[in-house]
Design a protein around this ligand. Structure first.
Ligand SMILES: Cc1ncc(COP(=O)(O)O)c(C=O)c1O
Length: 447
């Protein structure tokens, strides 16, 4: 639901007040925001179906592989942390809203090294960082600080569907912009900005949201050239107000090929326009729920005060745990193990997709990292939640994410035939069987 098409519930039914005064409109007990947040998301219904039918092979859920969860490194870090009574006491106490300073300092050092920004002072950078329980709350808080109802955030089409729901829940409008194998297309971003200006909505565009590495759902990374172009476009189009870049780097560490590319944030020389959001969910453990962000000065106050109102600090224990994992050198070897394991699963998925879906006319591109493979089926096949293909796939025992869920309702039109496959949680056997089952469903659809 959109901020523009909200009507107060029951507003058509005036009721007499108890005192016998003139009838008045009965208002919904809920806030507009509650209405914008909507009912149960289609994706939750879809996940519930998996739980109802445990025999289904889910190539849908974007979960990490349970077999590569860091049991050993976590036990080692816990041992270390619990052996130091003073640190343990601190870990069991409330912390600060922005989070543990030693972890922020370690993250600052790592980001400076990864992005080649030796010109930055790690202490100063740590002071611009905030930790949270996973990165999603920070995507929310940053968007909340930027977007009023009916404001616009430009997103790649397709995009991380949770973010699309999040923007809608704030009453904002996510507008989809064309994206290809090199990520969001800067020329299309600029066309959209021009269009919004023509429509008198230029000042409504507050942010551009991008998953810059191996995105969810399409596995795409933004090329070096496009990163520079996006920074330049955000700078040039910041006329009536700043257009912020919201860089979601959730999958940065899950790189299976090629070199790491400096972030968009690192190209924004003074960091005044870009918020960079990272997480340990994909590269270590989603259960520990530690995410973080570097915020531009204009956003730091609003985001941290709202966070203070909400939680006055994310779980301290988890932050100490991750701090220990990094300090003890347990993190990087684990990421290397993950890379090897996921690279192998990606190879298998590509192989079976080529075998079972290739001959049916499907197209895909090999991602260089992440957890997802985006597949486009030939024209005329609808992959949607209510499509016959989706039902046939369920009958064959496999679940996928319909591409339509990943498209903003405005902007680039949703193609009917996209779907997302995840190779995170399924075993190699399940990847093979699941893709074969999907092939059978598509064949029946084409018959
Ligand atoms: C692109 C993207 N960003 C952010 C997140 C949020 O992850 P977390 O809140 O666990 O850090 C996810 C989770 O799937 C994601 O796919």
């Amino acid at each position: 639901m959109n901020a523009t098409d909200i009507e107060t519930e029951d507003s058509a039914e005036p009721t007499a007040s108890a005192s016998g005064e003139a009838p008045c409109a009965r208002r919904s007990p809920l806030s507009l925001r509650a209405a914008w947040a909507g009912g149960e998301a289609p994706i939750s219904r879809l996940m519930a179906r998996t739980l109802d039918r445990p025999e289904l092979i889910s190539l849908a859920a974007g979960f990490v592989d349970p077999n590569t969860l860091p049991v050993g490194p976590t036990l080692a870090a816990l041992k270390r942390l619990t052996a130091d009574e003073e640190r343990l006491r601190a870990a069991l106490q409330y912390g600060t809203t922005i989070g543990l300073s030693s972890l922020r300092r370690q993250l600052a050092e790592r980001l400076i090294a990864a992005d080649g920004r030796d010109d930055l002072d790690p202490d100063e950078l740590a002071g611009r960082m905030v930790l949270s329980a996973g990165s999603n709350p920070l995507l929310f808080l940053i968007s909340d600080a930027l977007l009023d109802p009916s404001d616009i955030v430009l997103c790649a089409a397709p995009s991380y569907f949770v973010y699309l729901g999040l923007a809608g829940g704030l009453g904002a409008r996510a507008v989809g912009v064309e994206s290809d194998d090199d990520g969001i297309v800067p020329e299309a971003v600029e066309d959209e900005l021009r269009r919004r200006n023509r429509l008198g909505e230029g000042s409504r565009v507050k942010a551009i949201y991008v998953t810059s590495y191996y995105d969810n759902p399409a596995g795409r990374s933004i090329s070096a050239r496009r990163r520079d172009q996006l920074i330049e476009i955000a700078r040039r189009w910041s006329r009536e107000q700043t257009i912020f870049l919201l860089e979601d780097a959730a999958y940065r560490e899950l790189r299976y090929e090629g070199d790491d590319e400096p972030s968009l944030w690192s190209r924004d020389s003074d960091g005044s326009r870009t918020a960079y959001v990272g997480t340990f969910s994909k590269s270590f453990s989603p259960g520990i729920r530690v995410g973080w962000a570097v915020l531009p000065p204009q956003l730091f106050g609003p985001v941290t005060s709202q966070k203070g109102h909400m939680d006055f600090g994310s779980p301290t224990f988890n932050q100490y745990l991750v701090d220990t994992v990094l300090r003890e050198g347990l993190y990087d070897p684990h990421v290397e193990t993950l890379r090897q394991s996921y690279r192998g699963k990606l190879d298998v998925m590509i192989e079976v997709v080529a075998e079972h879906l290739g001959p049916l006319g499907a197209r895909w591109s090999r991602p260089r990292g992440g957890l997802y493979l985006w597949v486009e089926l030939p024209e005329g096949i609808d992959t949607g939640l209510n499509s016959s293909l989706f039902q046939r796939a369920l009958d064959e025992g496999v679940l996928y994410i319909p591409g339509e869920l990943c498209y903003p309702s405005e902007g680039v039109q949703r193609p009917a035939g996209g779907l997302r496959l995840c190779f995170g949680i399924p075993s190699i056997r399940q990847i093979c069987d699941g893709v074969a089952a999907l092939g059978r469903a598509i064949k029946r659809e084409q018959a």
